[in-house]
Design a protein around this ligand. Structure first.
Ligand code: FAD
Length: 458
């Protein structure tokens, strides 16, 4: 019996082949995937996932886990010979434990659905990113997603207390722990968080919830130098309780997106613009303290100007510029995602911008980032349609060589997937890569889970 025949016998209608496979299984949001898989399995339960993996492992059949397909590293892209396991039917909140402040959720649940359920119960689920409407909790864990709230509550990894995953041989590893403290040997959940579907299929998670803020105060500041961006961050961390976002935009990025949105915030375009946000808990004087802080840093010359949003609509206008949707319309847009020591980000951006503009004089190159988390993004776009693959490779070479010089990371939050796999050695030592390979072999000896992603085939 073929692997497909066995899967159909075991899982019936959950197995799709031929014309029943939707185009959306071809590529994640990097738009770099070109093949449809030979089958898509849509399990409805953990038992279904285990049954599918037992059959695939016996047949040495490669399997690609898919969540919401919003990844930006090509990690969920299949080849024509792969079978996809899509978690889309495994959605739902199983429990909100108010005493423990935890939420137990199935891996296919869209992030936004989980956020809403937490809010209805009076809590904040602190994982948040622009793709919230489509990405799934399982995908967020598998990529260890970051986002704009990391400054306050950490990356996804910091908000996961328990996890259930199915290994390549069908073993269900259930560690649905709800406690913050649990020092009982190796922390197995951490193997799967950030493993991009190469070590197991995540089926459930216990997420940590926080008190729901009563509101948020948002300001947009104009600054003259990167040194001031860092100095303002330090002051905000010292003096503003509840700092929940600190997003920096270089003039190249801020100017482009303000023009595209038809918005002008400052009379003179600033060298840097920063969005500062703080959570409030309904206490008297929250707004006054925020205004006093901004007044003081203005007086000290750290900022040239500041606008405090007077309404949700005004705050959204600041965020529209930061989200930069106008960039999506640029041809061949590449969004590079890097980590660098915070103090070095300014000089890196200067050198990197100069090198890219030197090599591609007509390219769009702009910088923005979650600076407090040492995370810099570069938006790069070039008109020349003929130069596609070659251009992208040259851009990667220029940027990652410089990242290596600064001892930075080639991926801050998007993961390695397939797009950064060949550059992994710019950020990880041979010893680290060898240990990763050993872990992979121990958990997936037949190499069926997402082969070729993160580490490449050995
Ligand atoms: C508009 C937009 C904004 C974004 N903003 C951010 C941001 O601020 N921060 C950030 O970090 N990322 C961001 N991303 C990237 C992306 O949204 C995240 O990487 C997200 O966590 C991916 O989730 P997903 O469910 O879409 O996963 P997919 O894209 O489906 O898969 C991603 C990887 O996880 C694996 N995987 C998926 N589900 C499972 C599972 N259940 N078990 C095991 N492996 C699995 C896949 O094989 C693949 O390797 C953004 C993307 C877009 C399009």
């Amino acid at each position: 019996m073929t692997v497909i025949e066995e899967l159909v016998r075991s899982l019936g209608e959950a197995v799709l082949t031929g014309d029943r496979i939707s185009q959306r299984h071809r590529s994640d949001a990097s738009l770099t995937g070109s093949s449809l898989p030979k089958a898509v399995i849509r399990p409805a339960s953990v038992a279904d996932v285990a049954a599918a993996l037992i059959i695939c492992d016996r047949h040495r059949q490669s399997v690609v886990p898919q969540g919401g397909m919003t990844g930006l590293a090509g990690g969920a892209n299949p080849n024509a010979a792969d079978i996809v396991i899509s978690l889309e039917r495994m959605t739902g909140i199983e429990e909100i434990d108010s005493a423990a402040a935890t939420m137990t959720v199935l891996a296919g649940t869209p992030l936004e659905m989980a956020q809403r359920a937490a809010e209805e119960a009076g809590f904040l689920l602190p994982i948040d990113l622009g793709a919230r409407g489509s990405c799934q909790i399982g995908g967020n864990l598998a990529t260890n997603a970051g986002g704009i709230r990391v400054i306050r509550h950490g990356v996804t990894r910091d908000n996961v207390l328990g996890l259930e995953a199915v290994l390549a041989d069908g073993t269900v590893l259930s560690s649905l722990n709800k406690m913050v403290k649990n020092n009982t040997g190796y922390d197995l959940r951490q193997f799967f968080i950030g493993s991009e579907g190469t070590l197991g299929i995540i089926t459930r998670a216990v997420l940590r919830l926080r008190p729901l803020p009563a509101g948020r105060l948002t300001a947009l500041c104009a600054l003259g130098s990167y040194a001031d961006v860092v100095a303002l961050l330090k002051r905000a961390q010292q003096q503003l309780s509840g700092l929940s976002a600190y997003e920096a935009m270089w003039d190249s990025y801020f100017g482009f997106n303000c023009a595209a949105e038809g918005l002008q915030f400052f009379e003179t375009p600033p060298a840097f613009a920063v969005i500062i946000e703080r959570d409030t808990h309904g206490l008297d004087g929250d707004r006054e303290a925020f205004e006093a802080f901004l007044g003081q840093v203005l007086e000290d010359g750290l900022i040239g100007d500041a606008l405090i949003a007077q309404s949700e609509k005004e705050a959204q206008a600041f965020w529209r510029v930061r989200e930069g949707h106008a960039l999506d319309r640029l041809p061949y847009l590449v969004n590079l995602d890097l980590s660098l020591p915070i103090g070095a980000v300014g000089s890196f951006a200067e050198k990197c911008g100069a090198a890219l503009r030197d090599a591609f004089p007509s390219a769009h190159v702009s910088f923005f980032g979650h600076v407090a988390d040492s995370n810099l993004h570069i938006a790069f776009s070039v008109e020349d349609a003929d130069a596609d693959a070659e251009t992208l490779h040259e851009v990667d070479e220029i940027v990652y060589a410089l990242v290596g010089c600064y001892h930075g990371s080639i991926s801050a939050e998007h993961g390695i997937g397939i797009l950064k796999r060949d550059f992994l050695d710019r950020s990880r030592s041979p010893a680290e890569i060898e240990i990763m390979r050993r872990i992979k072999t121990a958990l997936d000896p037949n190499g069926i889970l997402n082969p070729g992603k993160v580490l490449g085939r050995s």
